[in-house]
Design a binder for this molecule. Structure first.
Ligand SMILES: NC(=O)c1ccc[n+]([C@@H]2O[C@H](COP(=O)([O-])OP(=O)(O)OC[C@H]3O[C@@H](n4cnc5c(N)ncnc54)[C@H](OP(=O)(O)O)[C@@H]3O)[C@@H](O)[C@H]2O)c1
Length: 271
């Protein structure tokens, strides 16, 4: 099986919002042809309409046969989507990226021949640097699991989960995680301005520092703690900053509280 074969079997997406858009853009960059792209979206954006002009099938006429169908609507929109799900749409593999919505909800709607996966991606998928956690039941056909892995690998890295409840933790770490780092960039950039830099320069410094540190940590065998210690010389500037962040374990405890709040919300969403 190759990603080319998966793309050629047609990709069907419900919901071209931030996540659906990021995935589709990532797949298009990885070779998905617009003629093999089918999207249902109630209010197509200019961007989606321009894909339609170039051959993508937007709110297409039925019947549709696709290799993989992806549901990327908000959790609150799932019931409505499932109750009005178009007939004459055939696919062997369904991927839901919807937070807080259990597999059981989808299983009751679709035939038992459809293999259903929950995937928790994140928006860096847009630039092929996402991380997706994949969960499928153990009775799943291995070939379909490989298909989902290949598809998600086309927009970044993947991890496999062995229990569905872990999706709530993944949502709190990497699903929502880009927002934590964007906040960090905002704080670094605005402080740079207070210290006399232009906003443009300060933001560029912040963005590249986050990007480069992520890349370094992926390439290095050292733990984040070791990498941090490597840039902290005794009595130096980094140590001065860290003494503030580490005082009373302030930074770690704030992160913990934030991540646990996201986790709680994810559990709450599934009711
Ligand atoms: N954004 C992230 O970083 C992220 C990360 C991981 C997972 N997710 C998951 O991805 C899902 C989508 O999130 P999002 O941020 O992309 O939300 P979003 O930007 O609101 O996108 C959802 C899109 O789905 C459309 N939609 C609603 N009902 C539909 C239907 N019946 N058929 C087809 N399309 C329909 C919406 O249209 P209207 O606006 O007109 O209703 C909207 O354009 C969520 O379940 C979220 O948990 C998101």
């Amino acid at each position: 099986m190759t990603i080319k074969r998966i793309f050629e079997s047609n990709i069907l997406l419900f919901g071209y919002g931030k996540m659906g858009g990021a995935l589709l853009s990532g797949w298009i960059k990885s070779g998905l042809q617009l003629k093999n792209t089918y999207v249902f979206e109630p209010k197509p954006s200019e961007e989606l309409l321009s894909l339609a002009k170039n051959g993508a099938n937007i709110n297409p006429t039925l019947p549709i046969k696709a290799g993989v169908c992806i549901l990327a609507v908000k959790p609150q929109a799932v019931d409505k989507l499932l109750s009005s799900f178009p007939r004459n749409v055939m696919f062997p593999v369904l991927i839901s990226v919807v937070a807080g919505t259990p597999l059981s909800k989808f299983k009751s709607k679709f035939s038992s021949e459809v293999n259903i996966f929950r995937v928790m991606p994140n928006t860096p998928a847009l630039v092929s640097a996402g991380i997706s956690a994949i969960y499928g039941e153990s009775r799943m056909n291995r070939e379909d699991l490989e298909k989902v892995k290949l598809l998600m690998s086309a927009v970044g890295s993947t991890v496999l989960l062995d229990n569905e409840l872990a999706i709530d933790a993944v949502t709190a770490i990497s699903g929502s995680g880009p927002a934590y780092l964007f906040l960090l960039m905002e704080a670094m950039a605005s402080t740079g301005v207070e210290l006399g830099l232009s906003y443009k320069t300060s933001l560029k410094l912040a963005k590249h520092t986050v990007f480069g540190s992520g890349k370094l940590s992926l390439k290095s065998d050292l733990s984040p703690k070791n990498l941090r210690e490597n840039v902290t010389s005794p009595g130096g500037t980094t140590e001065a900053a860290l003494s503030v962040l580490l005082h009373n374990d302030k930074f770690r405890l704030t992160m913990k509280e934030a991540i646990k709040s996201a986790h709680k919300k994810s559990i709450h969403l599934r009711g």
